[in-house]
Design a protein. Structure first.
Length: 118
């Protein structure tokens, strides 16, 4: 059978590489489960040392980050949270404390005085 020009375009010849393409670094998806576990371990240590509010805040941020895209930004965020917990545990940073919202104070004052009093 004669070879036609249209047949040459339909099935292009390709050159095969002997080596696979190299992958640069480890995918963040491989690191995230271990990093997330490390953050949660630090949160447990914070809670045991009496810094429950700081532990709660870090846990919330870690869960939010871990449930999003598993990319380099998430890896950096979890690593930042782990380091923050370690600094609080080491005494290099102060733990965050719960603040009472201003509207809650106003609502409480109104509830104490009773309705209709100013």
């Amino acid at each position: 059978m004669p070879v036609c020009d249209w047949d040459q375009r339909a099935i292009p010849t390709s050159t095969f590489r002997r080596d696979a393409l190299r992958v640069e670094g480890i995918s963040p998806a491989h690191e995230l489960p271990d990093l997330y576990r490390a953050v949660l371990e630090r949160v447990g240590s914070l809670e045991q040392s009496g810094h429950r509010r700081e532990g709660e805040l870090i846990r919330r941020e870690a869960v939010a980050a871990y449930s999003r895209a598993w990319d380099e930004a998430t890896r950096r965020r979890l690593d930042h949270l782990r380091l923050r917990a370690e600094r609080v545990l080491g005494g290099q940073e102060r733990p965050r404390v719960e603040r009472v919202p201003r509207f809650a104070i106003r609502r409480t004052a109104t509830a104490v005085r009773g309705p209709g009093t100013a």
